[in-house]
Each structure stands twice: as structure tokens, then as C-alpha cells.
Design a protein around this ligand. Structure first.
Ligand code: MG
Length: 148
């Protein structure tokens, strides 16, 4: 399945049921609702209120991510956005932003070191990846190397 093919299928599927006749804000509210369901499962994945096995949790997460994608794709077709084109432009943006890995090396190293610390803390220190400590004099890295 291709992205554009999926978007066209969803729009036709909705249209056949009259579900394309809702405001984009209504679709966004549903997307946020689904995002909340994903968030709850991710918290469970990390042990918060976790009560089921990993495989069952992963299956539920896959279902809820699919639900979320449905509403994001719907929001896109309602607003005339071709998701495949948007993803290609986003891919080009990402490639140009960090095209030179040597240039971005320090920033990425600090980001990965911080993530490794958090993962090690979460995992209780077991199986923590070995990383170099970040430079104490360096500015704090962004929450993500992609920035805000
Ligand atoms: Mg759902």
C-alpha cells in the first residue's frame, strides 16, 4: 500500500458513508482522542499501570496508532493536503537540516547521551547503552535534535 493510495481509499470510504461531511475541527478532536489512547498505552509500555503482556500491549498500540492515522489522513484530505507529497517535503527538510553528520555530531552526541541516561534510569540501569558523558560546559541540547 502506498500513502496516496491509502488517503484516496479513506476519503472514498468516508464519502460512501457520509463521514466526510464533518468539520475539520471535529476530525481533529477525534485525532486528539485517539492520541490520548496511544498515550495511555505508551505509559503502560513503560510500566505505568501496566497490566498486560508485551505482545497484547503492542497489538493494542498498533490498533490505536492506526486509529490515529485515520483521523490525521482524514484531516489532510479535508484540507486538501496530499500526505504523500507532505511526507516527501518533510523528508527533504530532514535531510537538509542534518545533511552533515560531522557538523551535527556534538549536538547529536549530547542528545543521545541524555536519552541513554533516561533509558538507563527507566530500565534500572540494566542493559544501558554505553555512552560518553556530555560536555559539562556545553549548552543543554534541545529536547529533540529536530528542535521545537
Ligand atoms: Mg481508538
Amino acid at each position: 500500500m502506498h500513502v496516496r493510495e491509502y488517503q484516496r481509499w479513506l476519503e472514498a470510504w468516508d464519502r460512501a458513508r457520509g463521514w466526510d461531511q464533518v468539520l475539520p475541527a471535529h476530525t481533529l478532536a477525534h485525532a486528539v482522542e485517539e492520541l490520548g489512547e496511544v498515550a495511555r498505552l505508551v505509559l503502560q509500555w513503560e510500566g505505568y499501570k501496566g497490566a498486560e503482556g508485551r505482545a497484547a500491549l503492542q497489538a493494542r498500540l498498533a490498533e490505536e496508532l492506526s486509529d490515529l492515522f485515520v483521523f490525521l489522513f482524514k484531516l489532510a484530505y479535508q484540507t486538501g493536503v496530499d500526505v504523500e507529497d507532505a511526507l516527501v517535503r518533510g523528508q527533504e527538510k530532514a535531510e537538509s537540516r542534518y545533511a552533515d553528520l560531522d557538523e551535527a555530531g556534538d549536538l547529536l552526541a549530547r542528545y543521545h547521551a541524555r536519552q541513554a541516561e533516561q533509558l538507563a534510569s527507566w530500565a534500572g540501569g540494566e542493559d544501558a547503552p554505553a555512552v560518553e558523558a556530555p560536555d559539562a560546559g556545553a549548552a543543554d541540547p534541545p529536547a529533540s535534535p529536530r528542535g521545537a
